[in-house]
Structure formats: structure tokens, C-alpha cells
Design a protein around this ligand. Structure first.
Ligand SMILES: [Zn+2]
Ligand SMILES: [Zn+2]
Length: 329
């Protein structure tokens, strides 16, 4: 099968022909139809996430059809359409797994990082971690739901239920969260790279009440903010933007160092926290909610062989909405 391989951090992806993987017990062999490109993939390529399997097939927003059911599988029928997210396996036995926090399982394994992902024509996944894809979503439009959507949803839940929500970085996750937040009756304040007029326009089109540069003060005090951009210097800006009791959620897996800031930015019970990974419950909740909003994803499609270009465009901030590899079907 064709695949794009990462041989080592900080090297370009390499097109390769590799053997089709075999599904083991509990696993499905999947024909990949589309795979979303995520900022986390960039962190893997750049060596900021330091423990990838190598060589590696990136990609953890896989939309696929079940090609073959491995021994002992019964949750997803052959031919059905499934989605594979970042969370690829958990131990099921530790304190975290047994308390609804499998996202924190120390033994967890992640798709497109420790398990080969979806930048390929075929993939293998544990059926317990595959979701049914809601009907009505074409393959390309469904792909961003699987990480931008799921992590966005978890971040939104952890931000609390305040009405005025700030979003720092307006890419794949923010364009989905904005639609969900509006559906919940909130107002969204979007912060983009200073001078990014196109980013501001996009945020307003997606339903933000206000859009401005990331170092600007919003027109009113916010109840919560989610930082999707991997830039630590945004943390003091976001803390300054939220009122007493406000929550600032860091939604990314990696962030540059956070500069020191005066305690008064945190005082008055402001909360600063991160979001790590997802639970299967987050996935079930979000994939049930998305068609009801309904969430409409904007995607820029690339052929499999242009995965490197998609990553470059994402790095440069040139992708409107989500970059998605169109692979088969
Ligand atoms: Zn566990
Ligand atoms: Zn992701």
C-alpha cells in the first residue's frame, strides 16, 4: 500500500510502498478514505513530542471503511464507516481508566504516534477505540471532527459554562468550537495572529461576535478562554482577558514556554489548566452533538502524496479550517 513515512524527526515525509498491516485480535483492517492533518502531527515531525515509533505513519483523524474484521471483533461490521481518533489504546485497569479519565492512562497508546495512523491507504485499529461516523458527513468533512472536534469539545467542557468565550488561534478546533458554543447560546471572541485580516474574517464568518489580534483586549471581560495556538506568551494575555473566577484552558499537546507574569493575573480565583487527549466518552458525546448543531467543517483537501505540503501550509497558517488528506473513495 502507499503510505507517507516519517523516518526521523525533522526530516521530510517520504512516499513509500509498504506491506498492508494485518489485523490482530480485537483489531480492524481499515481502508482509509480521508485523514485530517493536525498541529500535533507538526509537533511529532518537529521532534517536540519525543517518543514516536519510527518509521511512523502519522495521522489520527482517520475516516475509513472496515475492510476486514480481525479475530474476536463484533462492534463495527465489514463495510461500515468508522473514525479513528488520537486515543488508540488504554490499559483499562489503572486508577485513571477506572475513574472515567482514560485520557490520562499512563499506558495509553496514541494513533499516528505510537501506532501507525492514517497517512496511508490502509490502517489497523483496535475496534474499541473506533467511532461510528455520523451520517450526513462526507468523508473529508468528517475527518476534522475526530481531533479538532473531540479535543475542542473536551476543551469547551473544561472551560465551564460561561457565556463569553475567548478562542486564541482560529484554526481547525476553533472553527468547530465556535459553532458548538453558539449553539449553546454563548458568544465567541476570536483572537488571531496580529495583522491576520483573513483569519479575523474567517472567525466572524463562522459566527464569532468579535475578532481581533491576540494581544488586544476584548471589548468586554470574558468568562473563559481556550488557547489553541501553541504559543506560551498567550497565557498572560488570556488571563488578563478573563474576569474573576475565569478559566483559561490550554488545548494543545505542546506549547512554547510561558513567560512569568504577576500573580494578580491569576488571583481572584482565575483558573489555568490544560487538556490532555480525549476519552471515548468525549467522542461519543461530540459525535452525537455535531449533527444536531449542526457543525459544518471547512476543509482544504490534499492528495496523500502532498501530506508534506499540507503540514507546511498548516505551519504557515495558510489553511482555512482544516487540512485533510483525501485518500480513497
Ligand atoms: Zn489505564
Ligand atoms: Zn490532533
Amino acid at each position: 500500500m502507499r503510505a507517507m513515512l516519517l523516518d526521523a524527526p525533522r526530516t521530510p515525509l517520504r512516499p513509500a510502498d509498504i506491506p498492508v498491516p494485518r489485523p490482530g485480535p480485537g483489531q480492524l483492517l481499515l481502508r482509509v478514505r480521508a485523514c485530517g492533518v493536525c498541529r500535533t502531527d507538526l509537533h511529532v515531525v518537529d521532534g517536540e513530542l519525543t517518543k514516536p515509533k519510527l518509521p511512523l505513519v502519522l495521522g489520527h483523524q482517520i475516516v475509513a471503511t472496515v475492510e476486514e474484521m480481525g479475530p474476536g471483533t463484533d462492534r463495527h461490521a465489514a463495510g461500515s464507516r468508522v473514525g479513528v481518533p488520537w486515543l488508540g489504546w488504554t490499559c483499562g485497569e489503572c486508577t485513571y481508566c477506572r475513574s472515567g479519565r482514560e485520557n490520562l492512562c499512563r499506558g495509553a497508546r496514541f494513533t499516528g504516534y505510537e501506532i501507525d495512523g492514517g497517512y496511508a491507504e490502509m490502517a489497523v485499529a483496535d475496534e474499541r477505540f473506533c467511532f461510528a461516523i455520523p451520517e450526513g458527513y462526507p468523508d473529508l468533512q468528517a475527518a476534522p471532527l475526530l481531533c479538532a472536534g473531540l479535543i475542542g469539545w473536551r476543551s469547551l467542557k473544561l472551560a465551564g459554562d460561561g457565556e463569553r468565550l475567548g478562542l486564541y488561534g482560529f484554526g481547525a478546533a476553533a472553527h468547530i468550537v465556535t459553532q458548538v458554543a453558539r449553539h449553546q447560546g454563548r458568544r465567541v471572541f476570536a483572537f488571531v495572529r496580529p495583522g491576520d485580516a483573513e483569519g479575523q474574517r474567517f472567525a466572524l464568518e463562522m459566527g464569532a461576535a468579535w475578532a481581533g489580534g491576540s494581544s488586544e483586549a476584548p471589548p468586554e471581560e470574558l468568562d473563559a478562554a481556550i488557547i489553541f495556538a501553541p504559543a506560551g506568551e498567550l497565557v498572560p494575555h488570556a488571563l488578563r482577558a478573563v474576569g474573576p473566577g475565569g478559566v483559561v484552558v490550554c488545548g494543545g499537546i505542546h506549547m512554547s514556554d510561558i513567560p512569568s507574569f504577576p500573580y494578580e493575573l491569576l488571583w481572584e480565583e482565575r483558573v489555568l489548566r490544560s487538556v490532555a487527549n480525549l476519552t471515548r466518552q468525549d467522542g461519543e458525546e461530540f459525535l452525537a452533538l455535531a449533527p444536531r448543531v449542526p457543525v459544518r467543517t471547512q476543509v482544504t483537501a490534499y492528495p496523500l502524496g502532498s501530506a508534506g505540503q499540507a503540514l507546511d501550509d498548516l505551519r504557515q497558517g495558510h489553511v482555512r479550517g482544516s487540512a485533510v488528506l483525501s485518500i480513497s473513495g
